[in-house]
Design a protein around this ligand. Structure first.
Ligand SMILES: Nc1ncnc2c1ncn2[C@@H]1O[C@H](COP(=O)(O)OP(=O)(O)OP(=O)(O)O)[C@@H](O)[C@H]1O
Ligand SMILES: [Mg+2]
Length: 499
């Protein structure tokens, strides 16, 4: 077919113990945005890593602009105009924004050994402006937020004038306005004829940008559909291979009784102001608000990760000082951070060790000897409950798909038997089927008498899962809603109203 300027035919890829791709075909047109969908571990990233020269296929071929191509490295693919923004960032934290964008392709003067700094900087500024990014070219990447780093990745991809641009979950860490600029730029690229492959688990968002979608499941090609006419529910069925029930599983109505946590007049200069609220046993308390409203900052303060200037924290009716993270954990508070990379998945260690990490004291006998069998049983149970896709418990975490790596960290906290769990964006980057499992897990936890604070940017999730919702704005609690009077509108009203 002539309008398919890129075709991947019958691609198969095996890793030890895993058939990651089995006879998968995929095509891309000039100037389209093509969504690549599938559950965690379906093979999306692997297929795109083959397209961009990171991996070589075991079988199959790639035809690009009419020619059969073979890539030995990402550079080979880049030379032909195929670029990828990986799910895991690839920036050098110690270099500046402009150095990262033009690394290996620095602007040089006629004399090849002299950098043309002004020309390069001008070009970087132009790209940053296109993206509406208010970052200086000379900023060190390690000083940027996760979202800004993501935008630098995008800037880098744009700078090479890609014919094919692959974005692997580009919006997972972006704010609303950043997503807007990303979409604006994506449309610009489309108009210029760039073919964009877009991997995301956010199906509603894809409706705004995708022309077609290809669905994968368990390393196999399932179907390609037009986004305009497809029903989201059909897409989900194709992805998970079964009909999903209610995505927000019900639990018995919650009756407030025992307060496990009370926060009084909590302050952190310039960050948190006059925070007052309580959390009951068996409750799921939602923390909503726009990005930057102070939700993560509040979580970090409760967890002892940041100091507070004044205010009181009461745990089970007792005034408590939480000086640092260790004390928080000791007192039964767990925090699943939004930045799960930093939180320390030990990539080289096995799935089992990663789940048990930090949990060994509870799994040792009085001589300090680890009860191996029990560790194995517990981690296997969690792997099953969360449907972590791995050939066995001894697989290195490194070899798991992005979403499955996140599930390991959730498993680690669940295993710890903590009374108060703070979940910060627990389902970000996680597929629909697994989301349901995480919600069910949360329900089981509160049924056992645990309490949960859930931070989420997805309003349907907050509305579907929480007994009560606190809405934050500019570092304070702007409003409280209960299940009966909460709606997307009422949350947004509190989240955006000016004081
Ligand atoms: N280097 C590797 N070694 C061994 N197995 C691997 C390797 N890379 C990927 N896999 C396995 O291949 C399968 C497909 O993984 P892939 O990363 O392509 O999934 P994905 O669809 O991108 O998932 P996600 O939505 O979670 O990112 C998974 O079972 C994964 O564990
Ligand atoms: Mg992936």
């Amino acid at each position: 077919m002539s309008d398919h300027f890129l075709q991947m035919n019958n691609i198969t890829k095996r890793f030890p113990g895993v058939l990651a791709l089995s006879n998968v075909s995929f095509n891309l047109r000039r100037g389209e945005v093509h969504a690549l969908l599938g559950e965690n571990g379906a093979g999306k990233s692997t297929l795109m890593k083959i397209l961009s020269g990171v991996y070589r296929p075991d079988e199959g071929e790639i035809i690009f602009e009419g020619n059969k191509v073979k890539f030995d490295s990402p550079l080979d693919a880049q030379k032909l105009g195929i670029t990828i923004i990986h799910q895991e960032f690839n920036l050098f934290p110690d270099l500046t924004v402009e150095e990262n964008i033009y690394i290996g392709r620095e602007f040089c003067k006629n004399n090849r050994w002299r950098l043309d700094v002004p020309a390069q900087r001008a070009s970087v500024k132009e790209i940053l402006a296109k993206l509406n990014l208010k970052i200086k070219p000379e900023t060190r990447v390690s000083d940027l937020t996760v979202a800004q780093q993501q935008m630098v990745e995008i800037a880098k991809a744009i700078s090479v004038n890609a014919k094919v641009l692959v974005m692997d979950e580009p919006t997972a860490a972006l704010t609303e306005s950043e997503i807007d600029s990303l979409f604006r730029v994506t449309r610009l690229l489309k108009e210029q004829g760039t073919g964009v492959v877009y991997i995301s688990h956010r199906l509603e968002e894809l409706a705004l940008i995708a022309d077609r979608a290809t669905v994968m499941r368990d390393g196999q090609y399932i179907d390609t559909v037009d986004y305009e006419t497809v029903q989201i529910s059909d897409l989900i069925t194709k992805m998970v291979g079964r009909k999903l029930g209610d995505i927000y599983p019900r639990r018995p109505p919650f009756t407030a009784d025992k307060k496990v946590l009370e926060v009084k007049n909590l302050q952190r200069k310039g960050v948190l102001h006059d925070i007052n609220f309580s959390l009951h046993q068996g409750e799921v308390l939602g923390l909503s608000g726009l990005m930057g409203a102070g939700r993560t900052e509040l979580a970090r303060a409760l967890f002892g990760a940041d100091p507070i200037d004044s205010g009181e924290i009461w745990l089970n009716g007792e005034l408590t000082k939480i000086g640092d993270v260790h004390q928080a954990i000791e007192k039964g508070i767990g925090y699943l951070t939004e930045d799960r990379k930093k939180e320390g998945l030990a990539l080289g260690l096995s799935v089992e060790l990663n789940i048990m990490l930090g949990n060994f004291p509870e799994y040792s006998d009085k001589f300090g000897i680890v009860k191996e069998k029990q560790c194995e049983e517990t981690s296997q149970k969690l792997v099953n409950a969360l449907r972590i896709k791995t050939p066995h418990l001894q697989q290195a975490a490194l070899n798991l798909s992005g979403g499955n790596q996140q599930k390991i960290i959730i498993a680690r906290w669940v295993c710890k038997d903590t009374d108060i769990l703070i979940f910060d964006e627990p389902t970000r980057g996680i597929d629909v089927g697994a989301k349901l499992e995480i919600y069910e897990l949360m329900n089981r936890l509160v049924a056992k008498g645990k309490s949960i604070i859930m931070i989420s940017s997805e309003l349907p999730e907050i509305l579907g899962m929480c007994d009560r919702i606190l809405v934050m704005r500019s570092g304070h609690i702007a409003g409280e809603l209960n299940q009966a009077n909460a709606s997307q509108e009422s949350i947004m009203k509190y989240a955006t109203l000016e004081d």
